[in-house]
Design a protein around this ligand. Structure first.
Ligand code: C5P
Length: 331
């Protein structure tokens, strides 16, 4: 719920509040929607909650891949706690497929798969309509970032793009383009900031090319709410696929064969050997009766799985005084 507290910043779809901790801010995701630099305004019912949750899941995905973000935690359906950062006033846009302002600027059709992903920078300045910038504008006119920072941002953005493309393709979504913002925290770290949601991404269904993002609002395509709901569903699906793959990856099948030692009396083996002889099977010698133990074990690697199994054999699965054991990791 929105509180009586005054926001320190009101964006087009979010309000930002201070907390008791000067380094932590609270962001409230609203249902309001704007397009074309706020010339078109409206509301997408339920968007605030959905975008807060999608952002949470995608920031966590980023952190899983070692990308530092401003995300701390989701504290309610519409609210996240984030680290306070000084936003670099650049809209960092990455494009995989032509759409939106790229098509307008270059006069090309929507839907062209670009030869390679494009990273571009716009000036985050509503009054100017977020103009496209060259590196020289950024370095020498605005002086908001140097070459080293821009190289770092570009490299990080391409890495993020690769993660998102793979993650979303796994749930039948093409990542057409998206916008990122970066900020600097109190210790000088560059963190991925803002939000990660269908407000800032173009998502197309991989089979039908149906648009599942804010373009439905921008272009009055209808079923706007449904698109956001569908994207939340796909993100959740993607996350659970990843969790399953992770658990499977870290599980090893182990087969342990336990046999009496060569010099140990094996009455069971002797009995079977005798029984076979009495049935007419001649020449059967040194018969041993052992047992096989099979199980799955969680481990980071095959050798860790083997070590765990060895420990289990020494402690429980075999009697090392009278038995030998052989461990095999079979899958
Ligand atoms: O409009 P344009 O084609 O430049 O947008 C590229 C991508 O960046 C789109 O996914 C759009 O949603 C996002 N974007 C944004 N905020 C802006 C401008 C673009 O999230 N101010």
């Amino acid at each position: 719920m929105p509180t009586m507290q005054k926001p320190i910043y009101t964006g087009k779809a979010k309000d930002i509040f201070e907390t008791e901790d000067p380094n932590i801010l609270r962001t409230y995701f609203r249902d309001s929607a704007t397009a074309f630099n706020a010339q078109k305004k409206g509301e997408i019912v339920g968007k605030g909650k959905i975008n807060a949750t999608i952002s949470t899941l995608l920031f966590e995905l980023m952190e899983d891949f070692g990308i530092k973000t401003h995300f701390v935690k989701q504290i309610s359906e519409n609210e996240l706690l984030v680290k306070r950062v000084k936003i670099i006033p650049l809209e960092v846009i990455v494009r995989n497929i032509s759409a939106g302002s790229l098509c307008k600027r270059l006069g090309i059709e929507e839907g062209k798969v670009l030869k390679a992903p494009i990273v571009e920078f716009s000036y985050k300045k509503d009054e100017l309509g977020d103009p496209l910038l060259t590196r020289a504008y950024i370095k020498n006119a605005l002086e908001i970032a140097d070459d080293e920072t821009l190289d770092k941002i570009t490299e990080l953005t391409l890495k993020i793009n690769k993660i998102f493309k793979e993650f979303f393709l796994n749930v039948g979504i093409k990542v057409v383009d998206f916008k990122l913002e970066y900020g600097i925290d109190k210790d000088g770290n560059m963190l991925l900031a803002d939000e990660l949601s269908p407000d800032n991404f173009r998502f197309w269904d991989a089979k039908t090319n149906e648009k599942l993002d804010k373009d439905r609002f921008r272009q009055d395509l209808g079923k706007v709410e449904d698109a956001y709901i569908e994207m939340l569903k796909r993100v959740k699906e993607g996350k659970s696929k990843m969790t399953n793959a992770k658990t499977q990856e870290k599980t090893f099948s182990v087969r342990v064969q336990v046999l009496p030692k060569a010099d140990i009396l094996d009455p069971q083996g002797q009995a079977v050997e005798k029984a076979l002889a009495s049935m007419g099977y001649k020449g059967v010698k040194d018969l041993k009766v052992g047992r096989e133990v099979v199980f799955k074990v969680e481990a980071e690697s095959e050798s860790e799985a083997k070590n765990k199994a060895k420990e289990m054999c020494e402690r429980l699965l075999a009697n090392p005084v009278i038995e030998d054991y052989k461990i095999e990791v079979v899958g």
